[in-house]
Design a binder for this molecule. Structure first.
Ligand code: TRP
Length: 342
């Protein structure tokens, strides 16, 4: 392993079913990056992060299965990357606690995710501004920092909403390096302004939290039904239409070549009807997703196969995290007593 290699790491929290937006915005670029020779990739299921939002054990287990199957069905090669489940790497959890020692509470107070809940409570007139805030939600950025620092990630591809978490990770790493000794690499966020931000069924950003998503591997019939539900304006067939701000167009664009997008733009100008456009979008998506969907369904039926892949990934990951944690423990003075001079 050359030390100049870029280390790229990213995780997906195991809440909900993967949707078209996850694919276009995160999974597809990550799989493309994993094929580069000059990059070492670490991709993982952030299942312990799900505790910040979701306490239902069945949906935790189901989502973990679905997200793992999604990565594999879309062509992630577990031989090329280190693909694992966060909870299989106990060193990450231990590191999170160690890092909490150099993390100012005030830094966490400034977290957008936490402040959003406080603001909601205040708006609702609640007496307790921290209502519904668990320590898992409050300390979320510390666990995320441990995920990143454990594998000496240099580059972390994330959505714009995660930028602050990366700043916190750098801040915590720098404090540790200063308080103890140079131990951690400071990670850079990679926020690609060009990656697709998909609109969802109601025209807002496609997001689990808005409940407006189209599941990536919905069966063809269901996919068609959801596309037919996408909101449009009331222009009639034959009337010219504006592709900008049109949800159907935004979804199409994320899955089409520039040439196909230009053609569609021309059809909007000619006044393509919404019914026809929806059918066109359905056929286009279905053609791209039918192959991986079949693989996905087979994988979901065979959880033992996925489990085996994740176990192998965990072995690979722990070959790094075990010795590194030993170094970190030494740095903070958690040492075997026979190494202490009387
Ligand atoms: N917080 C990220 C999200 O919700 C998921 C995540 C957890 C993550 N740990 C990470 C992303 C480490 C990048 C690196 O999208």
């Amino acid at each position: 392993m050359s030390s100049q290699k870029q280390v790229s790491l990213t995780g997906i929290t195991t809440t909900g079913t993967p949707h078209l937006g996850n694919y276009a915005g995160a999974i597809r670029p990550a799989i493309a990056a994993s094929r580069r020779e000059d990059v070492d990739s670490f991709y993982f299921l952030a299942d312990y992060h799900a505790l910040a939002k979701n306490l239902d054990p069945e949906s935790m287990a189901r989502s973990t299965l679905e997200i793992a199957a999604t990565w594999l069905a879309l062509g992630l090669d577990p031989e090329r990357v280190t693909f694992y489940r966060q909870s299989d790497i106990p060193e990450i959890l231990e590191l999170a606690w160690i890092l909490s020692g150099v993390t100012a509470k005030g830094l966490m107070n400034r977290s957008h995710a936490y402040k959003a809940v406080v603001a909601e409570n205040e708006a609702a007139g609640s007496r307790d501004p921290d209502k519904g805030v668990s320590m898992a939600l409050f300390g979320y950025p510390v666990l995320m920092t441990a995920d990143i620092l454990m594998f000496r990630a240099t580059h972390v591809p994330v959505g714009r909403d995660q930028k602050q978490h990366l700043e916190m990770a750098r801040d915590i790493a720098a404090r540790f390096n200063h308080a103890y000794r140079e131990t951690f690499v400071l990670p850079e966020p990679v926020i690609d302004e060009h990656t697709a931000v998909l609109a969802g069924l109601d025209g807002r950003k496609m997001s689990k939290s808005y409940g407006n998503t189209i599941p990536l591997f919905a069966p063809a019939k269901k996919l068609r039904k959801l596309i037919m539900k996408i909101k449009t304006n009331s222009l009639e067939p034959g009337e010219p239409k504006d592709p900008e701000g049109c949800t159907l167009f935004s979804v199409y664009r994320a899955f089409a070549t520039p040439g196909q997008v230009d053609e569609l733009r021309a059809r909007y100008a000619e006044g393509i009807g919404w019914g026809e456009m929806k059918q066109l979008l359905f056929e286009h998506l279905d053609a791209e997703l039918a192959g991986p969907r079949e693989v996905y369904e087979a994988l979901i039926q065979d959880p033992a196969r996925i489990e085996a892949v994740l176990r192998t990934g965990a072995e690979k990951a722990r070959a790094i995290s075990r010795p590194f944690l030993a170094e970190i423990r030494d740095a903070i003075g958690v040492r075997s007593l026979d190494a202490v001079r009387p």
